[in-house]
Design a protein around this ligand. Sequence first.
Ligand SMILES: NC(=O)c1ccc[n+]([C@@H]2O[C@H](COP(=O)([O-])OP(=O)(O)OC[C@H]3O[C@@H](n4cnc5c(N)ncnc54)[C@H](OP(=O)(O)O)[C@@H]3O)[C@@H](O)[C@H]2O)c1
Length: 263
Amino acid sequence: MHIAGATVLLTGVTGGIGGALAAELSARGADLILTGRRREALDPIAARLGARTILADLADPGDVLRLASEAAGTQILIANAALPSSGDVLDYTPEQIDRAISVNLRAPAVLARLLAEDMVTAKQGHICFVGSLSGIAATKSSSMYTATKFGLRGFSLSFRQDLHGTGVGVSIVQPGFVRELGMFANTGSPTPGGVRTVAPERVVKGVMRAIERDVAEINVAPFELRLLTKIASHFPGFSERVQRLAGAEQTMDVIVAAQRSSR
Ligand SMILES: NC(=O)c1ccc[n+]([C@@H]2O[C@H](COP(=O)([O-])OP(=O)(O)OC[C@H]3O[C@@H](n4cnc5c(N)ncnc54)[C@H](OP(=O)(O)O)[C@@H]3O)[C@@H](O)[C@H]2O)c1
């Protein structure tokens, strides 16, 4: 799918990776529709990039429906917004569990379902989800994040098969720990086990490549983390022991404390 000239709906634009994606899409000549839940953060970005905006809280099912309706005719959906949803699930209220699922899984699925209809009619379009390596391997203190990202990966890979032959592609791009900006960098914490981070530009490149070449899944992380993730997906019990031996728990505690207010 060509990005230049295409109408692109991007969620999570007020966040680190979303901001970087918006700048790249604008530079490539996309006709941008930016959505976020905070007018004061959304408007300056849109003004800078000459983009249209739609205010929507993705935790609110009514807002998600209105967003899809106001963004009808979108040719490329990039579902990037998410909550960090870290922490022991015993510390979560049922409302916080609902919000994690709503923002990270339900909203991307509903937007994809509603916007895909016009894309199928037009026989062209692309849906790109921003997932995480947490959609492949489980780590401690991330039950809700892991659950939603596993779910998003399953939805993406299966929906892609449903749309095969329609001209509409579906991709998922799954970063590891991103440095400099975004939900991990904002915590100021080192990575669990000291694993290497990835530059945000690599994530942006991954999303562009997924859309332009219709790639099913792109994992964006240093080689060793991609390998460890694959091993962990096959041998979760082994991975759990390795993570404990690497002392990942103490670092996770720092990350969870920094992200607690965003549940
Ligand atoms: N950063 C990393 O290391 C990393 C690693 C792997 C995967 N990812 C994935 O990359 C994507 C972007 O993450 P990021 O690092 O850029 O995170 P971020 O800086 O925290 O940005 C998250 C974005 O989601 C938006 N959002 C949260 N709740 C929302 C709601 N109820 N309604 C509308 N928007 C909402 C936020 O809006 P507000 O500004 O209003 O809060 C923000 O724009 C996510 O899918 C994340 O899971 C990130």
